[in-house]
Design a protein around this ligand. Structure first.
Ligand SMILES: Cc1ncc(COP(=O)(O)O)c(C=O)c1O
Length: 393
């Protein structure tokens, strides 16, 4: 049997790799999970009631692009959060979580050629892994651009050679960034939009951590695009209830885009999409309309930021994250550190290299571990103290 060549160099996904690294060894103490970015705060209790009330909807095929109620609630949220008014019929589509949207939008929109050559898809390095798989799936060349301490933990796409920029079809940017917690400022977005206009590419703004922040709401790509009067087709913005509302299992997100892009994304979805079940769409509509639980959630993360700042203050190179719920901690060797931490304390973290790709023999994640602040506060605090004492003293 023959299999596609284009995926043959894909490394094992981060979590099976982590299991291979750690699971042959016994934990050195009570296990504290700090690997997966799976929110653990409670979601609003009424979500269950809404699903039950709408359970008859399981009897019907769900609406592909999202019900009127769901798209309407999303449009209201975008207006309140960013001051951007979008027509819910032509500018918004419901997603089954942002991951599939980030993938399927590339399928729908990446051209076969850019300036008569193989297109390039830009991704930060380290990055959320679906960006790379999307690029490989559409026959584009993924170009991994370091997002390191030297670049403020965001990729400096403008520094790429002209020859590469001329081939760019799509640039992914994650803000707030997983794993580094960096936030793209208005100027960062404006610069990227300017670059995209100059080289005629699209920006896929992965903003699924936009509601988890310390004090200042991160600016949104849609907002900056509107302020600049940019072509609405230039920027696609992806959002999710997974982190905002602690509902990663609900699988609800959305993409906002220009009407032409949206028509193409919707068309592909009509053929091959996996829409969100109707009762879950009903619940998602209510969740987008409620901010009280989001404020409460953010307050819990603020406490966690404070704990992290207190415990790790003395760690050289500790960068308090602006947003998101990961710590991106410098170590000599991320794999060795994760193994030592596991075998000596039972604290489980992810080597940064597993979230990045080697480019010219350099892996920009190799000298880091990623620590998810998702466990309950006391447990997280205990884990961080053990981590500090094991790796930094
Ligand atoms: C950067 C980033 N983008 C997208 C996603 C996908 O989230 P979801 O599909 O749950 O909306 C995640 C999930 O962890 C993520 O970390």
């Amino acid at each position: 049997m023959e299999f596609p060549e284009r995926f043959s160099n894909l490394p094992e996904y981060a979590f099976p790799r982590l299991r291979s690294l750690l699971d042959a060894h016994a934990p050195g103490g009570d296990v504290v999970h700090m690997t997966i970015g799976e929110p653990k705060h409670a979601f609003p209790a009424w979500v269950t009631d809404v699903i039950v009330e709408n359970a008859a909807g399981f009897n019907s095929y769900p609406q592909n692009e999202g019900t009127d109620a769901l798209r309407g609630a999303i449009a209201d949220w975008v207006r309140l959060r960013y001051g951007v008014t979008l027509d819910p019929d032509t500018r918004i589509m419901a997603l089954n979580g942002t991951r599939e949207g980030l993938y399927n939008a590339a399928m729908a929109l990446c051209p076969e050629e850019k300036n008569s050559r193989k297109p390039v898809i830009l991704t930060p390095n380290p990055f959320y892994q679906v960006y790379m798989v999307a690029a490989l799936s559409v026959g584009a060349e993924p170009v991994f651009v370091p997002a390191t301490a030297q670049t403020g933990f965001l990729p400096d796409y403008a520094s790429l050679p002209e020859d590469v920029l001329n081939r760019v079809a799509i640039a992914y940017l994650c803000s707030p960034a997983n794993p580094q917690g960096a936030v793209a400022s208005r100027d960062d977005w404006a610069d990227l939009i300017g670059l995209a206009e100059k080289y005629d590419f699209q920006i896929f703004a992965d903003e699924c951590y936009s509601e988890i922040y310390r004090d200042i709401p991160p600016p949104g790509a849609l907002q900056v695009a509107q302020d600049l009067g940019a072509d609405p087709e230039r920027v696609l913005s992806f959002h999710s209830l997974s982190k905002r509302s602690n509902l990663p299992g609900l699988r609800s997100g959305f993409v906002a885009a220009g009407p032409q892009c949206m028509a193409r994304i919707k068309q592909l979805r009509a053929y091959a999409g996996a829409p969100l079940p109707g009762p879950l769409q009903a619940a998602a509509a209510k969740v987008w309309a409620d901010e009280a639980h989001v404020d409460e959630n953010r307050a819990l993360y603020r406490q966690k930021y404070r704990v992290a700042d207190e415990v790790l203050r003395s760690v050289q190179g500790y960068q308090p994250p602006d947003a998101g719920f990961f710590l991106w901690l410098p170590v000599d060797d991320g794999e060795a550190a994760a193994l030592k931490l596991w075998t000596e304390t039972g604290v489980r973290v992810l080597p940064g290299a597993y979230l990045a790709r080697d480019v010219a023999g350099q892996n920009p994640g190799a000298g880091y571990i990623r620590v998810a602040m998702v466990a309950p506060k006391q447990e997280m605090q205990r884990g961080l103290i053990q981590l500090r004492d094991c790796l930094y003293t």
